[in-house]
Design a protein around this ligand. Sequence first.
Ligand SMILES: NC(=O)c1ccc[n+]([C@@H]2O[C@H](COP(=O)([O-])OP(=O)(O)OC[C@H]3O[C@@H](n4cnc5c(N)ncnc54)[C@H](O)[C@@H]3O)[C@@H](O)[C@H]2O)c1
Length: 265
Amino acid sequence: MSNSILAGKRGIIFGALDSNSIAWNVAEHAHAEGAKFTLTNAPVALRMGTMKELSEKCGAEVIPADVTLTEDMEQLFTKSMEVLGGKLDFVLHSVGMSLNVRKGRDYTDTNYDFYHKTMDISAISLHRMLQTAMKLDALNEKASVVTLTYIAGQRVFPDYNDMADAKAMLESITRSFGYHYGVKNKVRINAVSQSPTKTTAGSGVKGFGDFFGYADKMSPLGNASAKDCAKFCCALFSDYTQMVTMQTLYHDGGFSAMGVSPAVL
Ligand SMILES: NC(=O)c1ccc[n+]([C@@H]2O[C@H](COP(=O)([O-])OP(=O)(O)OC[C@H]3O[C@@H](n4cnc5c(N)ncnc54)[C@H](O)[C@@H]3O)[C@@H](O)[C@H]2O)c1
């Protein structure tokens, strides 16, 4: 179903790896809603992933960029404006990675090189992206930036490991940069706190399968899928949410408001 709510809008979508990725679903939905955008991911992910299929489906150019490199961010924003024919109206930041999680290091036995990388890729990259966009004056007035977070940034989910610290920082950057970009150019920045979702990043967390079932039972509406998330992100890119900014918005079927659920007991 499409209502063309993004007709005439230009953007960049970060983080589509395969068809399970939240970003992949956002790209498909944004395309159906009439948006034009470029797609980006780390060069290594582009070699492994299936981005060509998505690119063809959406008529979107793929521009490789590592989110930890300022030169890559500059090139991405400059080239996207060239390709799309003007400044941008929306950006999806759907990026995260922890080597401590991947290599099964416990939170209390963290490898600090990995920890720095987690922060750089999963949190500081939002700042780097926004700072680059601001310096290049790449975003139109009232543009919308959306990042993806998880409730472990607010409450303890032990196996989420150092990603919990990254999400807390990411949500803080959402508020702090949201203030500065809001005052400067009425740009809105929000973090969508999504249910557990079966993706490469999600499934890497220890005990994900059990936890997915637990969250589903705890949530009166059940877990929100990547497709549901895509619709919500597109609503946030649209003109219907122009006064929403600096928020962590729960898109989790009600999980975050629950104390206990008979379904779990
Ligand atoms: N899956 C879940 O359960 C869940 C829940 C809440 C929030 N999130 C968040 O959603 C976002 C998207 O994750 P996903 O679940 O779709 O998984 P995913 O693995 O499909 O997406 C993560 C993306 O980050 C990219 N990435 C990693 N390092 C990068 C780098 N240096 N430069 C550029 N890109 C890089 C990966 O290539 C990948 O495309 C992440 O921020 C994740 O933490 C996921």
